[in-house]
Design a protein around this ligand. Structure first.
Ligand SMILES: *[C@@H]1O[C@H](CO)[C@@H](O)[C@H](O)[C@H]1NC(C)=O
Ligand SMILES: *[C@@H]1O[C@H](CO)[C@@H](O)[C@H](O)[C@H]1NC(C)=O
Length: 432
């Protein structure tokens, strides 16, 4: 009896310790201005909570197919790769990965995708694999994360009433628009690439992980039974289901945990997780992605005044926040500040009204409907510490591998909102 209890305890502790906190770090934050710029000192307080730090992003050279720095001036010129991998000195528990792709690797000709070309040819794959080993070893990374830039599912054109549009959406599922004519081949070749990388990484004990980007269809491109054994874990792109770029006219929750009525049934975390588990992925290799930001839309006079999502007749990305200055994207501290503003303020300074999610299924939103002159309308669906904690509990309940946070530089790293630094990261970590 004692033995059994001991064994169960050991198993429990084992599984607790195995829950991973994967922290994405977007190095382009180095180029931000003012208070959105993240220094090494700013990063430091987060690292104790992370098992993995993922450096975003490296790219693929479209001519040689080698792995290469995207911001050579910063990554190599200013030695940022090395600076980051040196963080391990003070944080020996930390494994530091270099991520390739992540939608940050841009090419002049948008119809050309070297991420597919690379897969098609043994010599190209070899060039990639060999250059990856060399680059990782040169800069002392612990491994490579494949945030592979597969073609994405097309946005669903949603006009007017969502329900009416739903019939149109369904017709898309049956394949009127083809994402990639050679998807079958690419799927097989990508699985081969992961095996080739794993084999090449073995001697040096390098880690290989996979990050699914939002709207990349795993059923098209990932041969799960072959890919899973080659990778240490998979981070699901379970966020940005609705974005102002893809869906400019309809604002909606961007990263719901569960399926919402009358929406694409695949646009939620639970579906994504279930899909992988259904297809032989062991639960402890699946990490859910949690964003540290919200997506914002301009509300017009025709968007109504309730803010209740889906909000129709929006007009694309909301104005850039005053820290990150990216239209349509608001970091948690930017949102927090707008919610807490003085109620007396008016016009574009007026506070947003927050609506929480007592049922703990879809996430929070905040809004300011357009005024009498049709101005200053804004709607933002977002993650906050409490909703991130709910997702973290889901990970625990389902015995998943862990959480990948996108990303540290959009969390409140200065503690501007409630005084505590990295509130979303902490909130996830303490629930895991
Ligand atoms: C892409 O465009 C940039 C600037 O316009 C140019 O310098 C570069 O050579 C181009 N690259 C390719 C592969 O055509
Ligand atoms: C998972 O499998 C169950 C049982 O076969 C099925 O009902 C469900 O639709 C599947 N879900 C996904 C997301 O693949």
């Amino acid at each position: 009896m004692l033995k059994v209890i001991y064994l169960l305890t050991a198993l429990c502790i084992g599984s607790l310790q195995a829950t991973k906190m994967v922290c994405y770090y977007d190095s382009s934050s180095q180029y931000r201005e003012g208070s959105a710029q993240v220094s090494l000192q700013d990063l430091e307080p987060a690292l104790q909570f992370c098992n993995y730090l993922v450096y975003g992003y490296a790219g693929v050279d479209p001519e040689t197919y080698q792995l290469r720095p995207i911001n050579k001036e910063l990554d190599v010129g200013r030695n940022h790769y090395r600076t980051i991998t040196n963080l391990r000195r003070n944080h020996p528990q930390l494994l530091i990965l270099l991520s390739v792709g992540g939608d940050r690797d841009r090419f002049n000709d948008s119809s050309y995708n070297p991420y597919l070309d690379l897969l098609e040819n043994q010599a190209h794959r070899n060039a990639f694999v060999n250059s990856a080993v060399a680059l990782l070893k040169t800069f002392d990374f612990d491994g490579l994360d494949l945030a592979w830039q597969f073609p994405k599912n097309h946005p669903k054109v949603v006009e007017g009433k969502i329900k009416k549009a739903w019939h149109y959406i369904k017709s898309l599922f049956t394949g009127t628009k083809v994402v990639d004519e050679n998807a079958e081949e690419h799927k097989t070749q990508f699985a081969t690439l992961t095996r080739e990388l794993k084999d090449a990484f073995r001697t040096d004990g390098l880690i290989l992980t996979l990050t699914m980007l939002p709207h990349v269809d795993a059923s098209l491109f990932i041969d799960i039974p072959r890919v899973i054994p080659a990778v240490d874990f998979v981070n699901l792109g379970s966020y940005d289901f609705q974005t102002p770029e893809r869906d400019p006219k309809v604002a909606d929750h961007t990263a719901p945990l569960y399926e919402m009525p009358d929406r694409d049934p695949s646009h939620n975390i639970d579906y994504q997780v279930t899909y992988w588990l259904n297809n032989t992925a062991p639960s402890n290799k699946i990490n859910i992605g949690i964003p540290a930001y919200g997506r914002s839309w301009v509300m017009t006079c025709d968007s109504g005044i309730t803010g209740f999502p889906p909000v129709i007749n929006t007009r694309g990305p909301g104005a850039a926040g005053n820290q990150n200055r990216v239209p349509g994207l608001m970091s948690w501290p930017e949102i927090c500040e707008k919610i807490q503003r003085d109620k007396e303020l008016e016009g574009e300074d007026a506070p947003l009204r927050k609506v929480g999610d007592p049922r703990q299924r879809y996430g929070s939103y905040a809004y300011r409907s357009a005024d009498d002159n049709c101005l200053y309308g804004l709607w933002v669906g977002y993650e906050e510490p409490s909703t991130a904690a709910i997702k973290s509990s889901y990970v625990f309940a389902k015995s998943l591998g862990g959480v990948a946070l996108f990303d540290l530089t959009l969390d409140d790293f200065r503690g501007q909102c409630a005084g505590e630094k990295y509130p979303i990261l902490r909130s996830i970590k303490f629930k895991l």
